[in-house]
Ligand binder design. Structure first.
Ligand code: HEC
Ligand code: HEC
Ligand code: HEC
Length: 452
């Protein structure tokens, strides 16, 4: 055989042999990246790591916490400003354990206490996505500078010892595969507990009160355990899946604020199977009776007389309602034409009035369907309080009321609630104790070394 022809043919054969596995590998890699992209959506990484109007994942989004403002970091694969130099191990340590490549601790504003549940395969997929698909951005995110003692990142090491358990999710074989998938997502990537679980004075999620309801400073994330009265035990699976995918459900609930944002950016983009799995798990969470929602239909729906409003004998609350709200929600709060009823609306049966106030101040802008305008600039704090109290009295739980002072606080955007103020002082004391503990341990071990 001609020597040249032989080498050509054998070269082609070798090329073919080489390219088949290379092609398979490439396909595998791109499906890994796609999976990572899906998981990044499930984990809502973009919500915190993208500043308003900023480039995707370039950080700079301010997370307001009771100890001060924490900026999210640039997690694009930029080698100058992002995590381009992170190995899979470095990435895993940051996401699951809250420790940076340089060994410093992250603040738990990054939900690593939830992400610790992410398994190794998913970690690899997330890493592949961030390194290979996310566009690198070379702009540095603003630095976080907290007051002492919180600027000592090492104090978080003590906090982690007390509160973080960096163990991936372990399946419960006595439950269905669907329940386990739901548990994996809820406890991990979807981090529902970050908002819905009450926190102790050191800002750690309270053990044994999983998803029993908590204030986020402005919005209140309600009890979503299976308790019939306090939680969502009487929601059907369809109520829950439709709420998680559209922000609305047939039982008359609409999502607002941070929940609406999480639905728009994350939960609505999950596969129907994953949403169903989340619902299956959530509906079996052990019931908790704290932060109760009041019962439906306390009073019969009032027939509010337009004549009373017109001849001026109506209360100031009724007048504000008629002037600003009745066009959409109707005079007797009955809603209609795709607009929700306020009579017995879930927002008016919460243990606190904050969500109704927040909805009035900021409005609601779901990505599809009708929006509610913001009244931040139209109504002052006294008017919002009067109107909110009227709503609770007339259409909801008349025991729940608010004050102009509270409205003013909420208007100032996440000013800490009294509860969080207590938590703040608790945390300063706790932070100092933790630093002392860490210092004590360092001194103890260094002495021991010297004694040897
Ligand atoms: C609730 C907000 C929030 C969400 C959601 C969130 N992060 Fe973060 N993340 C932060 C904040 C804030 C920091 C910086 C904390 C600090 O400075 O201590 C951070 C830091 C990080 C770091 C460390 C970067 C560095 O500079 O070392 C990585 C990596 C990271 N996040 C990845 C992710 C991934 C991946 C997801 C999604 C699975 C995610 N984050 C979701 C808030 C968030
Ligand atoms: C960023 C914070 C945040 C996260 C994360 C979050 N929620 Fe929420 N959730 C809220 C807030 C705030 C409300 C109240 C919304 C309102 O009143 O309009 C809420 C409301 C709800 C409700 C309605 C309850 C009722 O009684 O009307 C359900 C159900 C719910 N969330 C389920 C979940 C599930 C399941 C997850 C995780 C897959 C989750 N949430 C993650 C903040 C959050
Ligand atoms: C242009 C029509 C429109 C007007 C005017 C309007 N709303 Fe709404 N409102 C809506 C829509 C639409 C929703 C539900 C949005 C959704 O599905 O996310 C809503 C929801 C609500 C909710 C439930 C919020 C939650 O988180 O569940 C409350 C409370 C409320 N409105 C009160 C008011 C009050 C008080 C006024 C007058 C100051 C008012 N609305 C004016 C359209 C309107």
């Amino acid at each position: 055989m001609n020597k040249m022809l032989f080498s050509k043919i054998s070269g082609m054969a070798v090329g073919l042999l080489l390219s088949v596995p290379a092609f398979a590998q490439q396909a595998q890699e791109s499906s890994l990246i796609e999976k990572g992209q899906y998981l990044a959506v499930a984990g809502d990484c973009g919500a915190c790591h993208t500043a308003a109007g900023g480039k995707a994942f370039a950080g700079g989004f301010a997370v307001d916490t009771p100890i001060g403002r924490i900026y999210s970091t640039n997690i694009t694969p930029s080698k100058i400003a992002g995590i381009g130099n992170y190995t899979l191990e470095d990435f895993e340590k940051a996401v699951r354990k809250g420790v940076r490549k340089d060994g410093s601790n992250l603040y738990p504003a990054m939900p690593y206490t939830s992400y610790s549940k992410i398994n190794d395969q998913d970690m690899r997929a997330l890493y592949a996505y961030f390194m290979q698909r996310v566009i690198p951005v070379d702009d540095k995110a603003p630095e976080t500078s907290l007051p002492f003692p919180f600027n000592v990142r090492l104090s978080m090491a003590g906090w982690n010892l007390l509160f973080a358990d960096a163990k991936p999710y372990v399946a419960d074989n006595s439950k269905s595969a669907e329940w386990n998938r739901g548990a994996y997502l809820v406890q991990g990537l979807a981090h529902c507990s970050t908002c819905h679980t009450p926190r102790n004075p050191l800002m750690a999620e309270e053990k044994g009160k999983d998803l029993a309801g908590a204030s986020l400073g402005t919005w209140f994330a309600p009890n979503i355990t299976s308790d019939n009265q306090a939680g969502i035990g009487n929601w059907s699976e369809k109520d829950l899946t439709s709420y998680l995918t559209t922000g609305r459900s047939d039982n008359g609930s609409q999502a607002g604020g941070p929940m609406l944002e999480a639905i728009d950016k994350s939960f609505s983009k999950l596969s129907p199977d994953d949403v169903k799995a989340i619902a299956t798990y959530i509906r079996q969470i052990s019931p908790q009776s704290i932060n109760p929602t009041s019962e439906v239909a306390v009073n019969p729906r009032p027939e509010i007389s337009e004549i009373a409003i017109m001849n001026g004998s109506a209360s100031e609350g009724a007048r504000l309602y008629e002037a600003h709200c009745a066009t959409c929600h109707q005079t007797s709060g009955q809603g209609g034409n795709g607009l929700p009823a306020l009579y017995n609306n879930a927002a008016l049966r919460r243990p606190v009035a904050d969500n109704a106030v927040m909805a009035i101040l900021d409005g609601l802008t779901p990505s599809s369907g009708q929006a509610m305008p913001a009244f931040n600039n139209t109504l002052d704090s006294q008017q919002v309080a009067t109107l909110t109290n009227y709503l609770f009295k007339t259409f909801g739980d008349s025991k729940v009321q608010t004050t102009p002072e509270r409205v003013k606080l909420l208007r100032e955007g996440g000013s800490p609630s009294p509860l969080i103020a207590i938590a703040k002082y608790g945390m300063i004391a706790g932070g100092v104790i933790i630093i002392l503990l860490v210092l004590g341990a360092v001194i103890f071990f260094s002495r021991r070394k010297r004694m040897k």
